[in-house]
Write a protein that binds this ligand. Structure first.
Ligand code: PXL
Length: 278
């Protein structure tokens, strides 16, 4: 059984980060270890949330893992609280990524053209350094623009997407994946490019509503699929389709929570799509 470590915050309420990664990756047949970076009473969409960075715990936890001789097939990073935390996570990657683990970095920091609240303007510079250590990076369009210096825009024709991916690859990853591509009013897309220039674009129906945690759901599923050995083009299609199924289920649920998506209900879809790969 393959083992992946998910490095991101733990929000006690609200579905994002670890509370998506753990169940999704476990359902995909992977052993999922968790390194929580920040502890929040609820994710940042809730007013008045309590938040505490767990930076002091990172080295003691990983030192113990080193003593145990633990190794990981994949290291997956998501939301990190500060530039200091990024530096600590770089150490974890240097320590545990040396023997061929897949390094998957979701540079969570922004959406809809803006940095998330709480991040300093120079945070993208630190995130760039983490991306340089990755095999695979999965920014959304806003994050990709912040990482490459491109100007953010609302519509993304293929030439723009290709140029963005080429610039992202210059950061050093083997495969760059960009999510949240809007070529027109009715589609949402995700595109991947590797260093050999292999390009794939997967489009799904655009459902016009904003749901929290869909980026984390995409990244967790994609990281899991790549760890299981799927090709990038198959991993992005699987993850994007699962997210759309989940948004559809959530949008159709009169009892849906405003703070997250009903990914629990659509896990059977994900498992069916994975078929015998687990
Ligand atoms: O979904 C990304 C994310 C992860 N973790 C926390 C967040 C967010 C997005 O806002 O607030 C705590």
């Amino acid at each position: 059984m393959k083992r992946i470590v998910s490095i991101q915050d733990f929000s006690c309420v609200g579905k994002c980060s670890q509370s998506i990664a753990l169940p999704v990756l476990s359902a995909m047949g992977l052993e999922c270890a968790a390194l929580p970076t920040v502890l929040l009473s609820a994710h940042t969409a809730f007013d008045g949330f309590y938040s505490r960075e767990l930076s002091d715990s990172i080295a003691p936890i990983t030192d113990h893992w080193k003593k145990l001789g633990l190794r990981f097939d994949a290291i997956y990073t998501g939301y990190l609280g500060s530039a200091e935390q990024i530096a600590l996570v770089e150490r974890v990657i240097a320590d545990f990524g040396a023997d061929g683990a897949l390094i998957f970095v979701d540079p969570v920091m922004a959406d809809h053209g803006r940095l998330y609240a709480g991040f300093a303007p120079d945070f993208p510079e630190s995130m760039k350094a983490l991306c340089r250590m990755a095999d695979v990076i999965t920014p959304n369009v806003t994050e990709a623009c912040l990482l490459t210096g491109e100007t953010y825009r609302e519509r993304h024709e293929e030439a723009f997407v290709r140029a963005l991916l080429e610039k992202l690859l210059l950061l050093g990853a083997k495969t760059a994946i960009v999510t949240g591509i809007r070529a027109d009013d009715t589609h949402m897309g995700v595109a991947a490019m590797d260093r050999a220039g292999r390009f794939s674009l997967h489009e799904t129906e655009y459902i016009p509503s904003v749901f929290y945690g869909t980026g984390d759901l995409f990244a967790s599923t994609c990281a899991g699929a790549l760890t299981l050995g799927l090709l990038a083009e198959d991993a992005i299609a699987l993850a994007a389709d699962y997210v759309v199924q989940t948004i559809r289920a959530t949008a159709g649920d009169p009892d849906a929570r405003w703070y997250g998506v009903n990914f629990e209900q659509t896990l059977p879809y994900l498992l069916k799509r994975l078929g015998g790969r687990i």
